[in-house]
Design a protein around this ligand. Structure first.
Ligand code: RAM
Length: 543
């Protein structure tokens, strides 16, 4: 089930057992949840602001040689804009020279015989040249067209200084004068962006000798992460502008190695903890505004990974107090998910639920999800040991052994040296990655399986950076450092070479128009889960 289908599913209530959770009733007591939300609120960061001025005026040129089909040509330095008199149908595309998440302001000055009518201006903000070239009127995507960043404003009084009300995510701004009157024109000037982030300076630059391409990949990773770090770790500052477990888990890893904003991760952990479903299951995402609220979707693998998010945090921040306090949340996810192990011992997500793993049509997710669950049980076991929950630690250990034995019996094709998934015995990169990360495969088996999947032409490849990350992590775990580095260089390096100054939500080198939402215009081109080379190049062990 993909996200669009999921949002059209009428009710999730059927998936929610109505039992109360927590051996200790205080754990899911409304007061406890409210207290956790207060902790999250106290940790809300004040954003750092930087003023950014535009670099130049550009124009998009169709170019089949470019991955995203357009390139920008310089028209004039940005300062020239103020010299131009603009009237109906005139406009300019401004390049800020780099990605900005923040606010935009500008001035409009009239020139002529007087202002005898309102002035109408259209603004379009874009992350990539294609958004400046096409018209949003042709949008065919399944997600709301309101994600596309465009505004029409009508000014009654000139001169005017306009501070646009929304926060935008952009490198380019198209400004079009739709209407003045026959007696006056306007000049646009004073263009300024205020970039926002909760990231401070990078505390850990790459070692001097790192190869050039890896340095560039790292820079783009850091820019991606910085722009996604707002009052939570957002998935994408253009879209969805919210906190998702799968995304924050990866962002947090990159953050520990670079910006080291531990409190922001802690805030996110508390937001999920304070906003569970009635039975304690954590939502896949949460909203911050107008007040913190749980998102409307549940993703089985994301809920499992809450344990990893908590354990990584406790280790990185040396904050075992928080681990102890939020341990019941991680434990509850394991309790709920354990109910989904079927009579054959295979993790079997309930019908109608959403198992994400990757944006990839046709991917059989059974084995990969089984792997995510075993991986998460391992994280939960380490947490249990650290917080003195001996009973759970032992119980998880037993379950890990059982699930591992079942997975080997069900999924391992020892003749071919790969793990398969589903009735068609599908071979995918996803399955091999999660079998290795879950330690269902030994490092030697894992290395062979990962290599085999890469070499099998009909193996289902990843659809996006989220799964590429876990595949690379699996390679590193199995000792395939050289191959892992090659993959990072070709995949993330491919985006860099295609002109990315922030990493994209989806990238398939063979399919530039790929979109999980039916239109690449609404794809996010600065996306949380794509920033992980910053981690892989540091504690990930890629260098
Ligand atoms: C996408 C979001 C996010 C991801 C979910 C599953 O739409 O952008 O990154 O976690 O879906």
């Amino acid at each position: 089930m993909n996200r669009r289908q999921f949002l059209h599913t009428a009710s999730l209530a059927a998936l929610a057992p109505t039992i109360a959770w927590g051996a200790n009733p205080a754990e899911n007591h409304p007061e406890q949840l409210a207290r956790w939300l207060r902790v999250a609120e106290k940790l809300k960061p004040k954003l750092n602001e930087t003023t950014v001025t535009p670099l130049k005026v550009v124009k998009p040129v169709a170019d089949g040689a470019q991955f995203l089909r357009w390139r920008m040509e310089t028209v004039a330095p940005a300062a020239k804009l103020g010299e131009w008199l603009l009237r109906d149908g005139d406009g300019a595309i401004i390049d800020f020279g780099g990605y900005v998440t923040g606010h935009f302001r500008f001035t409009v000055t009239p020139e002529g015989q007087g202002v005898d009518s309102p002035t109408r201006i259209k603004l379009t903000f874009g992350e990539v040249p294609a958004e400046m070239a096409g018209s949003f009127a042709d949008y065919k995507g399944g997600l709301s067209r309101a994600w596309l960043q465009e505004e029409v404003i009508t000014l009654d009084v000139l001169p005017a200084t306009i501070q646009m009300p929304r926060r935008y995510a952009f490198r380019y701004v198209k400004m079009e004068v739709l209407a003045t009157s026959p007696v006056f024109s306007v000049r646009l000037g004073g263009l300024r962006a205020t970039a926002l982030t909760s990231a401070g300076p990078n505390k850990s630059p790459l070692p001097g000798g790192a190869p050039e391409l890896l340095r560039r990949i790292d820079e783009v990773s850091l820019r991606t992460l910085r722009n996604c770090m707002q009052t939570v770790f957002e998935d994408g500052p253009k879209r969805d502008r919210r906190l998702w477990i799968g995304d924050v888990r990866l962002q947090a890893l990159a953050n520990y190695d670079t910006f080291q904003n531990y409190d922001l991760v802690k805030r996110c952990l508390y937001l999920f903890a304070g906003l569970p479903r009635e039975d304690g299951f954590v939502p896949a995402c949460v909203f911050e505004q107008p007040k913190p609220a749980r998102g409307h979707v549940y993703i089985i693998d994301y809920a499992a990974l809450y344990a990893a998010l908590l354990l990584d945090y406790a280790r990185a921040a040396h904050d075992w107090k928080t681990a102890r306090e939020l341990w019941p949340v991680a434990r509850r996810q394991m309790e709920i998910l354990s109910q989904y192990v079927d009579k054959n011992g295979v993790f079997s997500a309930p019908a109608g639920s959403w198992v994400f793993i990757d944006w990839k049509d046709g991917l059989d997710r059974t084995a990969a999800m089984h792997g995510v669950f075993v991986y998460s049980l391992r994280q939960a076991q380490a947490l249990a040991q650290a917080v003195g929950a001996d009973r759970e630690a032992a119980e998880y250990g037993k379950r890990i052994a059982e699930l591992t034995a079942v997975a080997r019996a069900q999924f391992l094709d020892s003749t071919r040296g790969v793990f398969t998934s589903g009735p068609q015995k599908q071979v995918s990169w996803a399955t091999q990655a999660w079998m290795a990360l879950a330690e269902i495969a030994s490092p030697t088996e894992g290395a062979a399986a990962l290599r085999a999947a890469q070499n099998l032409p009909d193996a289902v490849r990843p659809g996006g950076p989220y799964l590429y990350h876990y595949f690379v992590a699996a390679m590193l775990k199995c000792g395939l450092k050289t191959e892992a580095r090659e993959l990072v260089q070709s995949y993330w390096g491919g985006m860099v070479n295609a002109g990315a100054d922030t990493f994209w939500e989806v990238y398939d080198p063979k399919n530039p128009m790929l979109s999980p939402y039916g239109d690449p215009m609404v794809n996010s081109y600065c996306h949380a889960w794509s920033c992980t080379p910053a981690y892989l190049l540091r504690s990930g062990g890629l260098l």
